[in-house]
Design a protein around this ligand. Sequence first.
Ligand code: TRP
Length: 460
Amino acid sequence: MLSNQAGDGKRTSLHGQWSSKLAFVLAVTGSAVGLGNIWKFPYVAGENGGGAFVLVYLVCVIAIGMPVMMSEILIGRRGRRNPVATMELLGQEEGSSKNWRYAGLLGVLAGIFILSYYSVIAGWTLSYIVKSASGVFVDASAAKVVAELEAFKSNTAQMSLVHTLFMGLTIFVVARGVERGLEQAVKFMVPALLLMMLVLLGYSITSGSFGAGVEFLFTPDFSKLNWGSVLEAMGQAFFTLSIGMGAIMAYGAYLPEETSIMGASATVVAADTSIAILAGLVIFPLVFSNGLQPDAGPGLVFQTLPLALGQMPGGAFFSTIFFILLSFAAWTSAIGLIEPGVAWLVEHFNKTRKEAAIIVGGVIWLLGFGSVFSFNLWKDATVFQGTVFDNLDFLTNQLMLPLGGLFIAVFAGWVMCRNSTADELGGAGTAYSAWRIGARVVAPIGIFLVLFFAIKNVVA
Ligand code: TRP
């Protein structure tokens, strides 16, 4: 085991530090803003009937997501190691048990599973850059765009190729290390994506069905809600904020002492939530004005956005830019998903960053074929939740992330002593008390109840 004890008793990280507070906020925002906001949020909201689901999602983001994110950052900064070693170290230091390391390990695994299908969908965005640039969506009808997606989904070779390409890009950045790799990739992507979404919003406002889209997204119809969809909304909150699996903990390990954890978390949560809602506001009006189905599933954005962009002046150009930005957003998220595993291999098995990135990335790449085939060769081989893709999605978002979040909240709220957490969060004001109630009571009980009732319903 490598030591990272600095002379003054404060630990430092082996992997370097963020050059500034802004760099940290950008990196965490870069990990949070991704396919989860633009691809996943609209389609799960669509499948679950809209408004009521969105409301539950927002409540989960604020009441559970915010305290868990702060807990994760503070644990990471205090331990300054990979999530597995940090949980082990702090578990001992706080007089509990080394076995907290298994909570870290659960996160490493979750990251590997998530990235295996995330990379496949990120591959779709890469393909859509090329399709857009070639002009296939210019003035295309809804039927044509849908047919294009169906043809793409059944093209196993092409999907394998772009999945491979995306994993290659991810391994490349991660192998280069924290400072040089991660920071540079996120600096311009988030503002650019935000701008692009605003342009698209302008278009969707004039699409003729803006009111219908807004109504779908914000009018809660609680009859459409059951425990399964409540769990899905909570899972989406975890997924979109990148919490519950140690990624933010790994990023927190590179955070300078003086940065405010509360401020950074609030910024990230606000940015992430705005982009998701914005995506919903862009997509649902287009769904209704073009007679598409809101519950179209994972293909939803790949139907609506090319269609809208194709009808705009300069459509091929804007569509190309949009999918480039979305690929960037996916890329910066992929880096966060693989980081806990890579940092663990580096510290625990003495691998170089490059070796670790290739090993973990290689495993993820192989696993990813399960999801590639879920859209073609193995489309009909369904068990439990459906295809391999559906099962991985359920296992990670709806079980592993909430469980990981539960462990993180309980650890920061109950296992760590008040002095340690107050030290990290900067004293004992109202904000600290609010966090503490969130981490000790609201988050654990909320997560537990939702998991309990949802699982009970599946079993019953
Ligand atoms: N938040 C990312 C998105 O919305 C996905 C994600 C989940 C993630 N867990 C993560 C990204 C951990 C980085 C690290 O697309």
